[in-house]
Design a protein around this ligand. Structure first.
Ligand code: MN
Length: 205
């Protein structure tokens, strides 16, 4: 049984960067639905009953063919939102520190250059999807984008450090069609400590 990640902040605490109604709708409706649907599909696949979401999403090909699309969309939605919501914090994360900061400087030249590339990726996902920071197979932090509820782990990269959700449901109530305004705003509530923890785990693997 998969559960939505526990939020250690309240729905209104990301104001004015992410508005309360968007947070409530996003977590209580969209994410709750992906979670419920993912659980229902996994229930039909005994081989996945004791497996993690990460395992399942990197072994979709082992599921019965008629359930694969559902796993990809609902499971992808489940895990991507757990990562997204747990990457946010009202305690202005500011900018990365320590090893994460060094790694970003090494791989992008500066925090500002990484922000520029990640924002550009987020702003150019056509339709719905995500922009990501991932640790690639060579040990570099790189920017990626995925469509719909596809995740880097489905393409073989489990080292997902940070997703930026650019589905319209993530910003439309406040920013309407202005996705770039949302992307700029979201940088004010990214919890870089969480990203740093994921980087440490990824490097140890
Ligand atoms: Mn979303």
């Amino acid at each position: 049984m998969f559960h939505q990640v526990f939020l250690d902040y309240s729905f209104n605490s990301l104001e004015p960067y992410i508005d309360t109604l968007t947070m409530e709708t996003h977590y209580l409706k969209h994410h709750a639905t992906y979670t419920k649907n993912f659980n229902e599909i996994v229930k039909k696949i005994p081989a996945f009953h004791d497996k993690s979401a990460e395992y399942i999403l990197s072994h979709i090909g082992e599921a019965p063919p008629e359930l694969r699309e559902g796993l990809r969309n609902q499971g992808g939605g489940y895990l991507a939102h757990n990562l997204y919501f747990s990457s946010l914090s009202p305690h202005d994360g500011g900018i990365p520190e320590g090893m994460l900061a060094s790694k970003i400087n090494e791989d992008f030249g500066s925090f500002d250059e990484m922000k520029k590339q990640l924002s550009a990726a987020a702003n150019t996902v056509f339709g719905s999807g995500y922009a990501w920071l991932v640790l690639d197979g060579d040990g570099h932090i790189v920017v990626e984008k995925t469509a719909n509820q596809d995740l880097p782990i489905m393409a073989g990269n489990p080292n997902m450090l940070l997703p930026i959700d650019v589905w319209e449901h993530a910003y439309y109530l406040k920013h309407k069609n202005l996705r770039a305004d949302y992307v700029e705003a979201v940088f004010n509530v990214i919890d870089w400590n969480k990203v740093a923890e994921r980087l440490e785990v990824a490097i140890r693997l």
